[in-house]
Design a protein around this ligand. Structure first.
Ligand SMILES: [Fe+2]
Ligand SMILES: [Fe+2]
Length: 134
């Protein structure tokens, strides 16, 4: 089943919302491709795209936080680093084994969306809004 972006993920910061939607969409393409028996190369490209989109998104968020002195920056960055590490590990497992292992990625990402966007991202968005930055 697709990961569904809904209003509880809506931060109101357009660039961040667009990037979150891109992550949801890539995760859903990845799952559909594996389930449809897509070839290894296509799935590999989607995984690499997800890694790149995640890294780009984290750079955006971290720049917002650093620019405005968000006090929990270090904790938030640590969560980003841990997520990229896990995603890279899943990518390595995919490369070393059967390509259906890529299905571990959507499961991992859905947990991440629920936990990290709802708690971590809303933490700094609330901070920025309170200061009238966004
Ligand atoms: Fe985010
Ligand atoms: Fe984040």
């Amino acid at each position: 089943m697709d990961a569904v972006w809904n209003t509880r993920y809506h931060t109101g910061i357009q660039l961040i919302d667009e990037q979150h939607k891109e992550l949801f969409s890539t995760v859903n393409q990845l799952r559909r491709s594996v389930q449809a028996g897509g070839d290894r190369e296509a799935i590999g490209l989607l995984l690499e795209g997800l890694l790149e989109a995640s890294a780009r998104h984290f750079t955006t968020e971290e720049a917002y936080m650093a620019e405005h002195g968000y006090p929990d920056l270090a904790q938030h960055v640590a969560e980003h680093v841990a997520m990229l590490t896990s995603l890279k590990e899943l990518h390595t497992k995919f490369l070393e084994s059967h390509h259906t292992l890529a299905l571990m990625v959507p499961t991992f990402m859905e947990g991440w969306f629920k936990h990290h966007i709802s708690d971590g991202d809303f933490g700094f968005v609330t901070f920025l809004k309170a200061r009238g930055v966004v």
